[in-house]
Design a protein around this ligand. Structure first.
Ligand code: 5GP
Ligand code: MN
Length: 343
């Protein structure tokens, strides 16, 4: 039943989108704040595709992205709201279509939210998170998909299966790879592998991409990983670990955006652990950014929503706290007591 309704939704989405793309449009494409491989890969791929169809198209990121993504094809054209503020305002003012990719709630774009809410452009959502908001007039929302990049793959493949250039393929490969943990999380399906095979045939440089993303760490990032792992706490009698990183610890390791990417997963690499959490202090924003990962039935999406003002997916979610590390740890441990019977 669910599959049928998703297929119908996708068909409607594609035919409505085709109608819109029949006339020339001024298009803005948005990833979420702190874009990851999937957010940046999907927006850049869609931009290449739309440019080929003779539209104007620009990717606007709410803020910077990590250095390990700064080789993606087309990334040099991305406008950043925190730096290119004036140009971003102009592009949004004159946009006729706004695509929002890899998020489903406008709170995920930070300070860009009021500008997008105020824009008269037609809004289009393509996303694989649960519980979509209702800001978009066209929606392709499918939480069973591994990644937004896999959804953009299906979209392009339906519209024109010969449109995959090596640039588009590299971008989409990257997002599918990062959101599936290199094709090993349960969100990886036979369809995902078929999409990946097609992308490699179309020119995605698979081993090169793995190397650029995973073998580009700095010495200080590895030092920071060492600190994170030595801060890890195991909650007694439960399959749960958490890690903390203070601003001071980040500073000693010359922290750069993206340096902590993937650290939370180390918790799950321990035998028997089903829930891992990391709390990272961000003094500039006055918050702790939290990441949650689970294995199996426990929904970190629900946990993040209920206790830490966040959300995401069943097994990977994020949230935040406005309190100190010490107070947040106390709150976290209290929350864990409330959900302990689920383990
Ligand atoms: P990460 O822990 O890697 O930052 O995020 C894991 C997943 O949760 C991603 O799919 C991300 O988009 C989502 N996520 C992260 N932080 C938040 C948040 O504060 N709110 C919501 N709704 N989703 C989040
Ligand atoms: Mn994603």
């Amino acid at each position: 039943m669910k599959i049928v309704s998703l297929q119908v939704m996708k068909q409607h989405f594609i035919s409505d989108l085709q109608k819109l793309l029949n006339t020339s449009q001024k298009i803005v494409i948005l990833p979420h704040k702190n874009p990851d491989g999937d957010a940046l890969g999907s927006t850049l791929a869609l931009r290449f595709f739309l440019l080929k169809k003779k539209h104007e198209a620009v990717v606007i990121s709410p803020n910077d992205y990590p250095d390990f993504l700064n080789w993606l094809p087309g990334q040099d054209t991305v406008l950043k709201f925190n730096k290119d503020t004036k140009e971003v305002r102009q592009k949004i003012d004159s946009a006729t279509l706004i695509f929002t990719l890899d998020f489903n709630n406008l709170s995920r774009i930070g300070d860009l939210e009021p500008l997008i809410k105020g824009s008269k452009a037609t809004k289009i959502m393509i996303d694989h998170h649960e519980s979509p908001g209702d800001y978009a007039s066209l929606m392709y929302s499918d939480p069973s998909m591994s990644s937004t990049c896999e959804m953009v793959y299906h979209l392009i493949n339906t519209l024109n299966k010969n449109a995959f250039t090596s640039e588009i393929s590299d971008c989409l490969y990257t997002g599918i790879m990062t959101d599936t943990g290199s094709f090993r999380y349960p969100n990886t399906t036979p369809k995902t592998h078929k999409a990946i095979a097609h992308l490699i045939e179309a020119g995605a440089s698979s081993s090169n991409i793995h190397q650029k993303i995973y073998d580009s760490a700095s010495f200080s990032r590895l030092k920071l990983l060492g600190i994170t792992l030595s801060n890890m706490k195991h909650i007694k009698n439960l399959p749960i670990v958490y890690m903390t990183l203070s601003q001071e610890e980040l500073n000693t390791c010359d922290y750069k955006k993206g340096d902590t990417e993937g650290f939370v997963n180390y918790g799950l690499s321990m035998e028997g652990i089903l829930f891992s959490c990391i709390m990272i202090e961000n003094q500039q924003e006055g918050i702790l950014k939290m990441s949650f990962r689970s294995q199996g039935n426990f929904s970190v999406n629900d946990f993040a929503r209920i206790y830490f003002n966040g959300g995401g997916h069943h097994n990977a979610a994020g949230g935040m706290s406005k309190e100190s590390i010490k107070k947040t740890v106390i709150r976290f441990e209290k929350a864990i007591k409330e959900v302990a019977n689920q383990f």
